[in-house]
Design a protein around this ligand. Structure first.
Ligand code: UD1
Ligand code: CA
Length: 457
């Protein structure tokens, strides 16, 4: 049986934040959620999260994942002490292949493939994820014997001058046989420079008990970087975005500049998709074949159909855009906006909970909410659906081939019949019949002989 223990009790003082460190996001998702999601890919029998600082906030953030086990470590006496708190929550079948993998909540980007290679490396014994660093300062060092076998880990603060020259460091991530781990955790002491119970001391105990210790290495160096400060968080954010961009490029997506691309969720792309600079994608976004996204768009939980084009500075949330439609520049699609095939939505047009039928156009300055708009409808500049009376929302229906003159207000509930025309400036409070002109504006008059007032002497 496989346990995964995630250490997340630390304070994260250098973040200078009221939010517990492990809840700070990378790519829009709490660091701890990255760790948990990656851990789940190994199909563990149990995940135990050791919390301390901000424990309640951390638990709340994961309230929807009922299978997680939280244990409290308070106060914090080191990584060994942290894993000790998890021991009562560990599962084991009393078998030799029972293992416990330890991860850190503030090392968010370790990939499942790296963890699998660590599990494979242990061969019934224990395995440590290690790495060679140009500057190993601060890290625990991997001490090997003349045969190259791992003997123990020595923390930087406890290391001799000679041990300081070792460049192979402990990333902190390790896996051990569960029964042995429980025993070793009872035997570690806080007899060291920091007065802490070091998890790393189990390596020496393992060797003296004749349990082999192996080492594995991360697939990429960024996987094992930890976050202790906002600067490191920002650095990891860019590294991870670069990785996400790299994966999209590999799938055949064109990114005008991979360094100016942000994905905070999942982006599924068809063939020959183009994404210009400065776009932010959030939640679940789908871009079908040949979609073109202009610069500086924000697109959240939306689906864009084949050949559609979203021009610069558009903002889409929970919207569906059908094939060949054109949206923007400067368009706003709010939740449940559905833009039909080949339809056009232009600058400063806001659309909410509305189906805009195929081939219809709202090209300039309009608000269309709670509406059903048929096909080939033309919505003039300045058109507004007055869908809200201050208490309730009402619907507007515009049938196929209608023409809404500029600056019209449609006071819902109201219906514009098929092929109807509204004259410019109409305030529609009753249904407009099909195929006729409806107009509410005052007839134009000219007062002859009228003179402008003049300034009194
Ligand atoms: C640890 C390792 C060191 C390794 C380094 C890699 C030990 C003794 N040392 O050192 O060999 O090179 O990580 O970054 O394990 N935590 C708790 N409770 C505690 C202490 C820590 O939950 O009582 C958590 C922290 O929140 C953090 C993780 O454990 O997520 C590591 O703690 P940290 O203090 O950063 O470890 P280091 O001293 O850097
Ligand atoms: Ca420490």
């Amino acid at each position: 049986m496989l346990n995964i223990v995630i250490l997340a009790a630390g304070l994260g003082k250098r973040m200078q934040s009221d939010l517990p460190k492990v809840l700070h996001p990378i790519a829009g998702k709490p660091m701890l959620a990255h760790v948990i999601d990656n851990a789940r890919q190994l199909h563990p029998d149990r995940i135990v999260v050791v919390v301390g600082h901000g424990a309640e906030l951390v638990r709340e953030a994961f309230a929807d994942q009922a299978d997680l086990h939280f244990v409290i470590q308070n106060p914090q006496h080191g990584t060994g002490h942290a894993v000790q708190q998890a021991v009562p929550a560990l599962v084991d079948a009393g078998q030799e292949n029972d293992a416990t993998l330890v991860l850190y909540g503030d090392v968010p980007l370790v990939q499942a493939a790296t963890l699998r290679s660590l599990l494979d490396a242990r061969l019934q014994g224990m395995a440590v994820l290690t790495e060679n660093l140009g500057d190993p300062t601060g890290y625990g060092r991997i001490v090997r014997n003349a045969d190259g076998e791992v003997q123990r880990i020595v923390e930087h603060k406890d290391a001799s001058a000679q041990e300081h020259t070792i460049t192979e460091v402990n990333t902190g991530i390790l896996v051990a046989p569960t029964a042995h781990l429980k025993d070793w955790l009872l035997r570690i002491t806080n007899n060291n420079a920091q007065g802490e119970y070091y998890l790393t001391d189990i390596v020496g105990l393992s060797v003296s008990d004749g349990v082999s210790v192996h080492a594995a290495h991360p697939g990429a160096a960024w996987e094992t970087l930890g976050v202790n400060s906002r600067a490191q968080q920002a650095q990891l954010e860019r590294l991870w975005q670069a990785e996400l961009a790299r994966r999209l490029l590999e799938e055949g997506v064109t990114l005008a500049d991979p360094a100016r691309f942000d994905l905070r969720g999942e982006l599924r792309c068809g063939r020959d998709v183009f994404i210009d600079v400065g776009c932010v994608f959030e939640g679940q976004v789908e871009l079908a074949d040949g979609v073109h996204i202009g610069p500086h768009c924000v697109i959240k939980n939306s689906r864009i159909g084949a050949g559609a084009r979203i021009d610069a500075y558009s903002h889409l949330e929970q919207a569906v855009v059908d094939t060949q439609a054109r949206v923007g520049p400067y368009a706003r699609l709010r939740p449940l906006a559905h833009i039909g095939a080949g339809a056009h939505v232009g600058n400063f047009v806001e659309i909410k909970k509305t189906h805009l039928g195929a081939g219809s156009k709202a090209n300039h300055l309009a608000y269309i909410g709670d509406a059903t708009v048929g096909e080939r409808v033309n919505i003039g500049a300045g058109t507004i659906t007055c869908n809200y009376d201050g208490v309730n929302k009402f619907e507007t229906i515009i049938e196929d081939d209608a023409f809404i003159g500029s600056d019209s207000q449609l006071v819902a509930p109201v219906r514009v019949g098929q092929g109807a025309t509204l004259g410019a400036g109409t305030t529609l409070t009753r249904d407009a019949p099909a195929h006729q002109l409806t107009i509410t504006r005052v007839a134009q008059t000219t007062i002859s002989g009228w003179a402008r007032p003049t300034k009194k002497p």
